[in-house]
Design a binder for this molecule. Structure first.
Ligand SMILES: [Zn+2]
Ligand SMILES: [Zn+2]
Length: 330
């Protein structure tokens, strides 16, 4: 069971979350049946994770990436009738197309940080333009003092984009998260946050619902001489860990094109972390733009050898957290 809500929740976030709780209590629509494996009926206790974008850094359309997908990060979690969305990369546009079939919609959108690949889909998230929809938007204040609202607003200003955020017709409620904040949505969804090791900072999220826990941790770089204690704590005994593993060790340590300090990890380090944290199921996420489908097939096979309860993230993939374990539907 989740811990009790923490006093680490900022007062602003706390009051807003309280209002979100009362609003969501009236929701009757469950997360979409389309997200339910084998055409299930979206039961109130279902915990589903759907991947709308799995690619890091920049979208990669094309024939060589069609199987794993080219959209940048966006992961939806359906906790019963509560919809949580993580990051607004180009994958969130597809989620938006899905949601407009069931208006009005309400959701909670959590941003890890505001590098382009995690926010560039947000201006194309159609439900945010439609009056009657409500989205609670969460993120940490950037090191330069910019709030999550400002971070999203800035990318939509002239001359870089023609439509400002204020044109969005949905009710958007912004929540600035304190470091290590804990939130509770309704009385059944618990969210913990943790700092990740990334240039400009990033926030990881740990979601617990119905006795199951899913951790979303991207973008983050391992340390050469030790495990990341913050990440280890965030991922502790998670049922599912979705983890940045952009590179292979060989690429990361390449003498000619080292990736040290770029803010991303390797699949070998992801396996090491998953073992140390006693994670039950590992998802390799934030694929490098230069890794085509065949390359990712090979990485996936190697990860399987080292950590059998694992999968590569694939656009469109749905995970269902069942009492007997994680069910994967591609
Ligand atoms: Zn990224
Ligand atoms: Zn980043």
């Amino acid at each position: 069971m989740p811990d009790a809500p923490s006093s680490a929740v900022s007062s602003a976030a706390s009051s807003a979350v309280s209002s979100a709780v009362s609003e969501t209590a009236n929701l009757t629509a469950a997360c979409p049946p389309a997200a339910t494996p084998s055409g299930g009926d979206g039961l109130a206790d279902d915990f589903l994770v759907r991947f709308w974008g799995v690619r890091g850094s920049i979208p990669t359309p094309g024939r060589s990436t069609v199987r794993y997908g080219g959209n940048t990060p966006c992961v939806e979690m359906c906790c019963g009738s509560q919809r949580l969305v993580f990051d607004g990369g180009t994958g969130i546009r597809l989620l938006g197309q899905h949601l407009i079939r069931e208006l009005p919609v309400e959701g909670h959108i959590f941003f890890t940080h505001s590098h382009w690949d995690h926010i560039q889909g947000f201006p194309f998230f159609t439900p945010a333009f439609i009056r009657g929809n409500t989205f609670h938007i969460y993120g940490k204040v950037a090191p330069n003092g910019a709030s999550i609202r400002e971070r999203l607003e800035d990318q939509m200003l002239h001359p870089n984009f023609p439509v400002p955020l204020r044109i969005m017709g949905a009710t958007l409620v912004f929540h600035d998260l304190e470091p290590d904040a804990q939130l509770q949505l309704g009385d059944r969804v618990m969210i913990e946050t943790g700092m990740l090791n990334h240039p400009g900072e990033a926030t990881g999220y740990r979601v617990t619902f119905g006795g199951k826990t899913v951790v979303y941790a991207t973008d983050t770089e391992h340390y050469p001489d030790r495990l990341d204690e913050s990440l280890l704590h965030l991922a502790r005994q998670a049922d599912v860990l979705i983890l940045d593993a952009t590179y292979t060790d060989e690429e990361y340590w390449s003498p000619t094109s080292s990736k040290v300090g770029w803010g991303h990890s390797t699949w070998q380090e992801a396996v090491k972390l998953a073992r140390a944290a006693d994670v039950k199921f590992l998802v390799i996420f934030h694929h490098d733009p230069v890794h085509d489908d065949d390359f990712l097939d090979r990485v996936g096979a190697e990860v399987q050898t080292c950590f059998p309860h694992s999968t590569m993230a694939v656009e469109g993939m749905v995970l269902s957290l069942r009492p007997e374990g994680v069910q994967v539907r591609l």
